[in-house]
Design a protein around this ligand. Structure first.
Ligand code: ZN
Ligand code: ZN
Length: 213
């Protein structure tokens, strides 16, 4: 596997550690962490700081129930994510959501050869799998909020850079881009958004309410 070049931001790791991200973002962050040694180490540092803060609270307050605090620490943060050599295309964190690997995904066409499958999560944000045929483009669009795109197979390129398996692109309101799958292999991505995308060309904009993108 190629070295991962595009990682999660500090802000995302911190929010994940604190448990304040919407489920859709949590899933994407957890999937990247299961693929990336570097971010897993950075996350452990945040988890340790979080635990130390709870310890401090226990030391400084005389009438605190220390055992309750311990229980909170033990029961609080999620299970540590272990590194897994993918046995398929989807890392196992994701396979639990899908109910299997890519062959279990219920794809729906979104036009121009691109297919998607929206995964069931809580409503504040949404997360989908995207299948982009080699050499094909996703319609260019802007973003009202934040869009995270994690590559699971193949690679794509846009105005910003090239993104390979394991890489995360973090797109915010000021980015308008046209992701294009690199030739040679179909690109499969996991994309999480906290607001609907703004499409520039008319047809995707009309289709948008129906496609829920
Ligand atoms: Zn990383
Ligand atoms: Zn985008």
């Amino acid at each position: 596997m190629k070295e991962i070049k595009h990682h999660l931001s500090e802000a995302l790791l911190m929010a994940y550690s604190a448990g304040t991200l919407p489920e859709a973002f949590n899933l994407l962050v957890a999937t990247h962490i299961s693929m990336c040694d570097e971010c897993r180490v950075r996350l452990e540092a945040f988890d340790t700081v979080g635990g130390a803060l709870l310890d401090d609270a226990a030391d400084n307050t005389s009438n605190v129930d220390f055992n309750a605090t311990l229980r909170l620490i033990e029961g609080g943060p999620k299970d540590p994510i272990r590194f897994e050599h993918a046995k398929g295309v989807l890392p196992s964190v994701l396979q639990e959501y899908v109910g299997g690997d890519v062959d279990s995904v219920k794809w729906r066409s979104v036009g121009m050869g691109v297919r998607q499958a929206i995964l069931k999560t809580s409503k504040e944000a949404s997360v989908r799998l995207l299948h982009i045929p080699a050499g094909c483009a996703v319609p260019d669009h802007g973003h009202r909020g934040t869009e995270l795109t994690l590559v699971l197979q193949g690679a794509f390129r846009d105005e910003e850079d090239r993104f390979d398996r394991g890489d995360v692109e973090i797109a915010t309101e000021d980015l308008e881009h046209t992701p294009v799958a690199e030739p040679g292999e179909d690109c499969i991505c996991l994309a999480a958004t906290d607001a609907p995308l703004r499409f520039r060309s008319l047809i995707p904009r009309i289709a948008q309410p129906f496609l829920r993108i």
